[in-house]
Design a protein around this ligand. Structure first.
Ligand SMILES: *Cc1c(COP(=O)(O)O)cnc(C)c1O
Length: 393
């Protein structure tokens, strides 16, 4: 198992738990309990029942006829856009809230940038009757009004972070501080495969339902569970980790991560971490991140809020390092064009994050008899404003 985490929480050179000492008891409680809890038969039963009845799983694996014709290959879309709340993020928040319950926690905190993870967290807190506090940068609160109001409607308290740039990093710091001060009754739900061990592994396992379903659905549709390519966009990397997980050891399956090149990889306004990043510590783990010569985190940029992150999770850093995953990138314009293309060919308006995964088809150039699975991580409703501002349709 070359790509699973070791007992110290490392994937090759990457991972671990680089956290302040004050946070150690909280993270240690999770680390020593997460595997035994999530593999209890009763947990598995409750998790899969909620995924089915509440989230709407299994999500369809749809053979996109017209898109396939256009690229002269066989393209399936894994429809995470049809999940409740509009994206894959809910798979993880359902898993973590069930875990929190079993650890005896009755309060949940989270941080959010664009608000998507905040909404997925507020949703499961309402579902379970738990108190929910979401930290969000003041600037993001102003930019993401609809998601802020969604969280409030769902009963969550949205707390502005007013330090630093007043964005995601500052919200993360505030959430960490809250957790240090409330270790016994509070669980911190992290929204991607980032953060200190065991979060990257735990979130990967919750999202791995995506590739589990893809395998079964391809077996049904093609008589073979293995596609030739799996493509997924990478922000922190949770939808990609879920879509890749059950194919990691099958080296004949080509795995492709699509990053956001923003205005161009070398434009100074980009979020293409594998192209630009170096090893460093971000949000409690050793990973690849965009940084200056003296180690300051570089402010990332992408038109898509979910990919606007200065690093990638440690699993992806390892998959890049070992060349198990091929990383490509798409610019803002390429992603927007791909979003319109999917809308016009298949009648599906994708999240702009997911449109990056469509956009790299041009570079991948699959063969006519290849089976390509694209993980459609979310739907485009939340991005309507961005589509309108871009305007070229
Ligand atoms: C948040 C988000 C992403 C990016 O997060 P990952 O952890 O990289 O998956 C991608 N797509 C959608 C629709 C999102 O909401």
């Amino acid at each position: 198992m070359k790509y699973t985490v070791n007992e110290k929480g490392f994937y090759g050179k990457f991972g671990g738990a680089y956290i302040p000492e004050m946070l150690y008891p909280n993270v240690e409680e999770l680390r020593t309990n997460y595997l035994s809890i999530i593999y209890e038969p009763e947990f598995q039963l409750e998790f899969s029942k909620l995924l089915k009845d509440y989230v709407g799983r299994p999500t369809p694996l749809y053979l996109a006829h017209r898109l396939s014709e256009k690229y002269n290959t066989r393209i399936y879309l894994k429809r995470e856009d049809l999940c409740h709340t509009g994206a894959h993020k809910i798979n993880n928040t359902i898993g973590q809230i069930l875990l929190a319950k079993r650890l005896g926690k009755n309060k949940i905190i989270a941080e959010t940038g664009a608000g998507q993870h905040g909404v997925a967290t507020a949703t499961v807190c309402a579902l379970m009757g738990m108190e929910c506090t979401v930290y969000m940068g003041q600037l993001d609160i102003e930019r993401q009004r609809p998601n802020v109001e969604r969280m409030r409607i769902l009963g969550a308290q949205v707390v502005p972070a007013r330090s630093g740039n007043m964005t995601l990093k500052d919200a993360t710091n505030e959430a960490m501080r809250h957790w240090i001060n409330n270790p016994s009754d509070t669980h911190y739900i992290i929204g991607s495969v980032v953060g200190p061990h065991p979060y990257p592994d735990m979130v990967t396992r919750f999202q791995s339902v995506i590739s589990e379903e893809i395998k079964a659905q391809l077996q049904q549709a093609e008589g073979n569970p293995y596609p030739d390519h799996v493509i997924a966009c990478v922000g922190g990397g949770s939808n990609a980790a879920g879509a890749f997980y059950h194919f990691l050891e099958d080296e004949h399956v080509n795995l492709v991560g699509a990053e956001a090149a923003g205005k161009g990889v070398n434009s100074g306004e980009s979020a293409a971490t594998t192209a630009l990043g170096k090893t460093g510590v971000l949000h409690g783990s050793k990973t690849l991140l965009m940084q200056t010569e003296d180690g300051q985190v570089v402010e990332p940029y992408s038109i898509s809020a979910g990919l606007d992150y200065p690093g990638i999770g440690p699993l992806h850093a390892h998959l890049f390092d070992t060349q198990r995953v091929q990383f490509l990138s798409a610019t803002d314009d390429e992603a927007m064009e791909a979003g319109i293309e999917l809308s016009r060919t298949e009648g599906i308006i994708p999240a702009i994050e997911s449109a990056h995964a469509i956009a790299v088809l041009n570079q991948l150039k699959p063969d006519p008899d290849d089976v390509v699975v694209i993980n459609l991580s979310g739907r485009g409703d939340k991005d309507l404003e961005t589509y309108i501002r871009w305007g070229k349709y």
